[in-house]
Design a protein around this ligand. Structure first.
Ligand code: IPD
Ligand code: CA
Length: 263
């Protein structure tokens, strides 16, 4: 069994090696291209950040697997797989808007064990290792103790595909009158970290990728929350819900009802 605390510390050091440069580059005129749709942006900074993160992890642990959003794929033999989003929330990054982050997660034999999400603008470091709790800038964090959905502040996000967005917008019409309010910050990794530290009560989004949730999921569960899909099972990304136990069943039932209401 690898030492999870040394993996966690490696992930923190690695994130810190790219964060200062991203804090400088955000909001400046940037070379950008689109990927899956016109709204799905990638910049030179995403590619630079992923290359640097993958180099550091590979040099430190050459037998680990690495998967990155921008195409890094290394197949290793150690049972550890790093899952990187070099900039989660690229649209925010392009505009110089807070809400983007560097997200580095790791799985051991398929089980999520490490989560590090760093916010270059606010300087917040959210860190967790399985069985060792979650911290924000070194201080222990916990999800909120809310028990009534109508008193819950929810975060969500919108995908890049127009069909997804249409469905997401229709669902919000049903959800918004039943909760305290909704926030759309612009990055799923920080949305998850926000649930973990109680900056929002819960988060849901459909159509996410493994790199959007790998690190943030560990941070939420180590902060005492649950991360699951609409059926309460391990999330695939297809639908991700992160919530304190106190409102989970009420939230899942609302989300299932609006999902069943059709396209
Ligand atoms: C996106 C952000 C956004 C979410 C999108 C993601 P990216 O990640 O997490 O908040 O709504 O679904 O794809 O593409 O900027 O890394
Ligand atoms: Ca990204």
């Amino acid at each position: 069994m690898p030492d999870l605390l040394s993996l966690r510390d490696l992930a923190v050091r690695t994130a810190r090696s790219v964060v200062p440069e991203l804090a400088i580059r955000t909001g400046r005129p940037i070379e950008k291209n689109s990927k899956s749709s016109a709204t799905d942006l990638v910049t030179d900074a995403d590619l630079w950040s992923e290359t640097r993160i993958a180099e550091i992890l590979h040099e430190a642990r050459p037998n680990d697997s690495i998967q990155g959003e921008e195409g890094t794929t290394i197949t290793g033999t150690s049972g550890i797989r790093w899952i990187i989003d070099p900039i989660d929330g690229t649209t925010n990054f392009v505009y110089g808007h807070p809400g983007f982050s560097v997200s580095i997660g790791a799985e051991l034999d398929g089980e999520p064990v490490i989560g590090v999400v760093v916010d270059p603008i606010l300087g917040d470091e959210f860190v967790a290792a399985l069985g060792h709790g979650a911290t924000r800038n070194g201080d222990s964090i916990q999800v909120n103790t809310v028990t009534v959905l109508s008193e819950a502040l929810l975060a969500t996000g919108f995908g890049y595909q127009p069909a997804h967005r249409r469905k997401q917008a229709k669902e919000l019409v049903e959800i918004l009158p039943r909760v305290r309010d909704i926030r759309r910050m612009g990055g799923a990794a920080l949305d998850l970290a926000s649930v973990a530290c109680g900056r929002v009560d819960a988060f849901f989004e459909r159509g996410l990728a493994p790199w959007d949730i790998a690190a943030g999921s560990v941070i939420v569960s180590e902060a005492g929350g649950r991360v699951c899909d609409l059926s309460g099972e391990n999330p695939t990304g297809d639908f991700v819900v992160a919530s304190p136990e106190g409102i989970l069943s009420e939230l899942l039932s609302l989300l299932r009802n609006v999902d069943a209401a059709g396209p």
